[in-house]
Design a protein around this ligand. Structure first.
Ligand code: GDP
Ligand code: K
Ligand code: MG
Length: 272
C-alpha cells in the first residue's frame, strides 16, 4: 500500500516531541530539512507502519520570518502531506489558535489535537470541544501526549482524514470588507493557483508575501490589479495589509475564546 504522510504542526512547547515519540517509539529518522539547519524528524506510526509521521518545527505563524516557518509552510503547501495534525497547547489556547487559523488555510485535511487536557482538569477550566470543532471546521480531539490519552483516537481521525482526502476549508475569520477584498484578489489570481490553495494564495498576495507567491508566476498586470485592491483597503483602514490580516485573525480568535472557554471561577484564598 502507499505510504500515508501525516505532518505534525504546532507552536513551540505544545508537546509535539512528546506526541511524536509516543506515536513512533522515537526511533525514527532524524536529519535536517534541505538547505537549513532545522531538525527534521520522520518515523512510522508504531501501530500502522505505512503511516509516516513528519514532525514540523515548532512555530507561531506560517509567515516567512524564520527558517522554521519557511520549512513548515513549504512542506504543507509544496510537499502536501496527506493530512495535518495541528497540535494545540490547550493551556495557551488563544495564542496557539493564531497558527491554527493559518494551518486550516493550507489546503490539506486537518485534525486538531487539544493537548495537555490533563492540566485543564486541574485548573477547572472547561473547553467546549464540539463548539470549537464547529467553529474551526475541523475535527477536534482532546488528548494528553504525556499521559497517552486519546492518542489512538487522534491518529485514527487523522488517517481517516488523510485517506478521505478532503481539504479543510479555512475559517471565515475576516470582516466583510477584507473578505470582499480577498475574493477580488482570488479572482485576479484565477487558476494560477491550484483550487485547494486558492484562498491560501489570495491571502498571501493580499499580504504582499513575495516569497510565498513567487511560484505562481503572476503577471505584472495581475500584480497591479491586486495592488489596487490592497491599496484601497489600506487607505480606508489607515493600516498595512499584513497587520490588517493579523488583527482580524486575533479578533476572530477572541470570539472563539468567548464561545468555547469557560474559566473556573477564581477562588478567594485567605492567608493564615
Ligand atoms: P514541543 O516543543 O512541542 O516538542 O514540546 P515537548 O514535547 O518538548 O513538550 C513541552 C513540555 O510539555 C514538556 O515538559 C512535556 O513533558 C510537556 N507536555 C507535553 N505534553 C503534555 C501533556 O499532555 N500534559 C502535560 N501536563 N504536559 C505535557
Ligand atoms: K521544546
Ligand atoms: Mg519538540
Amino acid at each position: 500500500a502507499d505510504t500515508t504522510y501525516i505532518a505534525l504542526a504546532g507552536n513551540p512547547n505544545c508537546g509535539k516531541t512528546t506526541l511524536f515519540n509516543e506515536l513512533t517509539g522515537s526511533n525514527g529518522y532524524v536529519g535536517n530539512w534541505p538547505g537549513v539547519t532545522v531538525e527534521k524528524k520522520q518515523a512510522p506510526w508504531k501501530k500502522e507502519r505505512d503511516v509516516e509521521l513528519v514532525d514540523l518545527p515548532g512555530i507561531y505563524s506560517l509567515s516567512p520570518y524564520s527558517p522554521e516557518e519557511v520549512v513548515s509552510r513549504d512542506f504543507l503547501v509544496n510537499d502536501r502531506p496527506d493530512a495535518v495534525v495541528d497540535l494545540i497547547d490547550v493551556t495557551n489556547l488563544e495564542r496557539n489558535l493564531y497558527l491554527t487559523t493559518q494551518v486550516l488555510e493550507a489546503g490539506r485535511p486537518v485534525v486538531v489535537g487539544l493537548n495537555m487536557c490533563d492540566l485543564l482538569k486541574e485548573r477547572g477550566d472547561v473547553i467546549d470541544a464540539k463548539k470549537l470543532s464547529s467553529m474551526l471546521g475541523a475535527p477536534v480531539v482532546e488528548v494528553s501526549a504525556l499521559r497517552n490519552r486519546n492518542l489512538d483516537k487522534l491518529m485514527r481521525q487523522a488517517v481517516d482524514a488523510a485517506r478521505g482526502g478532503v481539504a479543510t476549508k479555512g475559517v471565515r475569520c475576516f470582516s466583510p470588507e477584507v473578505e470582499s477584498a480577498l475574493q477580488k484578489v482570488q479572482a485576479i489570481v484565477g487558476d494560477a493557483a491550484p483550487a485547494e490553495l486558492a484562498r491560501w494564495y489570495a491571502i498571501k498576495v493580499f499580504e504582499r508575501d513575495a516569497e510565498a507567491i513567487e511560484p505562481l508566476g503572476l503577471s505584472r498586470e495581475q500584480l497591479d490589479q491586486a495592488e489596487e485592491v490592497i491599496a484601497a483597503i489600506e487607505k480606508s483602514r489607515d493600516d498595512d495589509a499584513e497587520s490588517i490580516v493579523t488583527g482580524e485573525r486575533y479578533d476572530w480568535i477572541a470570539t472563539v475564546m468567548d464561545a468555547c472557554v469557560k474559566k473556573a471561577p477564581k477562588r478567594l484564598t485567605t492567608s493564615q
